[in-house]
Write a protein that binds this ligand. Structure first.
Ligand code: ATP
Ligand code: MG
Length: 417
């Protein structure tokens, strides 16, 4: 039998986990400073949630969902993203009665049936943030600022921020008419999915990645040029806030984002290092989504950042993430009595927060020391009958070679001096 992991999935091995924990630690801290609280949502939801929440004319819903019927005959889908589940949770748990805005973040796996390529997996990890209840651009600026700080803290350079506005339903209605008039005579040149979108949601066509569609779309009217006064003011407020915080941006009128529910602000952080599509992170405002899910009218904004793409970026820029030392001390034992003593000693050391190791393979003393070296142990101590009786031993610093006589119960303190 030779079973491989399913296509598009990957194991995160122990040495990589150190890096993941490090980055997740920075994210947790950053979110704490910004006042965002962690939320954990289920891996699967009823399919309808994503059909309505992500939108049934999106790539995700049309092509990429892992959907199946469970044994009770319900249609279930593995979450392809986080926002829909978070919004459901916000409504279901009555978070509307909390002081606004309600600021949440999550770190989740997501599932999409995609063509696997560089930076594109079928199971991947997303760090995301959602803020509910604030309709002004101030919160838009805040969540973009979280990302700016994250990249800054990691020392990442050259990740570009593109912003756009998709307006409100009113701007969208007017614009849709113009777009339809522009596209109607060119329908034959568009792919078959865009032909379907033309009937159901023409704006989606702007997001198409097919080359032949791209050529036609180059001269299409842009939504950002047709905004109503309110939407224009919001967009200007966003730009002013970004300038105020010294966050560089570029207006890209072609961003519509992959999800149907966006209104007004949409944005992406892009880089050449993260594969064909280049998006490290995407987000936007979704002022109509909560109502669509049956909640009270509530504005919302959020983003999703691909963790694997963040790591690709970190690797491409050659950043070194500090790794934890794996072993503080290795306790070598000689003989049966010493072995039992060692068993107790490592338990005590671990109880005091020391990463302590011992042999489990019946190795000779020499082999135990060799193994301690391989583990990168910072200290070793050798326990034989004399040490057991006197409660004293020699603590050796493996980096400097320095040796100290210590009493066995003072080891944790003596390792620090
Ligand atoms: P793309 O344009 O790359 O298809 P998207 O618009 O589908 O991205 P979102 O739904 O906005 O992406 O998801 C947010 C982020 O999650 C993306 O910016 C990307 O970093 C990451 N992401 C999306 N799909 C994948 C995937 N299949 N594998 C790894 N990361 C992904
Ligand atoms: Mg996609």
């Amino acid at each position: 039998m030779n079973i491989q992991a399913p296509k598009g999935t990957r194991d995160i091995l122990p040495l990589e986990i150190i890096k993941w924990r490090y980055i997740e630690g920075i994210i947790d801290k950053l979110c704490k400073y910004y006042g965002y609280r962690e939320l954990r949502i289920p891996v699967f939801e009823y399919t309808e949630l994503f059909q309505r929440g992500v939108g049934d004319t999106t790539d995700i819903v049309q092509k990429e969902m892992y959907t199946f019927e469970d044994k009770g005959g319900r249609s279930i889908t593995l979450r392809p993203e986080g926002t829909a589940g978070v919004v459901r949770s916000y409504i279901q748990n009555g978070m509307a009665s909390l002081p606004q805005p309600v600021k949440l973040y999550y770190n989740i796996t997501a599932y999409r049936y995609e063509n696997v390529q560089k930076g594109r997996y079928r199971e991947f990890n997303q760090f995301g943030v959602e803020a509910f209840g604030a309709d002004g651009p101030s919160i838009d600026v805040e969540i973009i600022s979280i990302l700016d700080d994250l990249f800054g803290k990691l020392g990442l350079k050259g990740i570009k921020l593109n912003i756009n506005s998709l307006g409100c339903s009113e701007c969208r209605k007017k614009y849709n008419k113009e777009l339809v008039d522009y596209l109607r005579p060119k329908l034959k040149g568009l792919c078959h999915i865009c032909n379907d979108r033309f009937e159901r949601n023409p704006l989606r066509i702007i997001d198409c990645k097919e080359k032949k569609c791209g050529i036609i779309l180059k001269d299409a009217p842009a939504l950002a040029d047709k905004l109503c006064d309110g939407c224009n003011e919001h967009f200007e407020g966003l730009k002013n806030g970004l300038v105020n915080l010294n966050i560089n941006y570029n207006v890209d009128k072609n961003i519509v984002r992959g999800l149907d529910y966006y209104t007004r602000t949409v944005f992406e952080f892009v880089s050449e290092n993260v594969g064909t599509q280049g998006t490290v992170c995407g987000g936007g405002r979704y002022d109509n989504l909560i109502v669509a899910f049956g909640g009270k009218p509530t504005p919302g904004i959020g983003f999703g950042l691909g963790m694997e793409r963040l790591f690709m970026e970190i690797d491409s820029q050659g950043l070194v993430i500090p790794g934890n030392a794996e072993t503080d001390i290795f306790v070598v034992s000689i003989g049966k009595k010493a072995e039992l003593y060692t068993q107790k000693l490592v338990k005590q050391l671990r109880g005091k927060g020391v990463i302590a190791e011992k042999d489990h393979m019946g190795r000779s003393v020499r082999a135990q020391l060799k193994y301690a070296n391989k583990l990168g142990a910072k200290y070793t101590v050798v326990i034989g009958d004399t040490e057991v009786e006197s409660n004293k031993a020699v603590l050796k610093d493996m980096n400097t070679g320095e040796e100290k006589d210590v009493s066995l119960d003072s080891i944790p303190e003596r390792m620090k001096t």
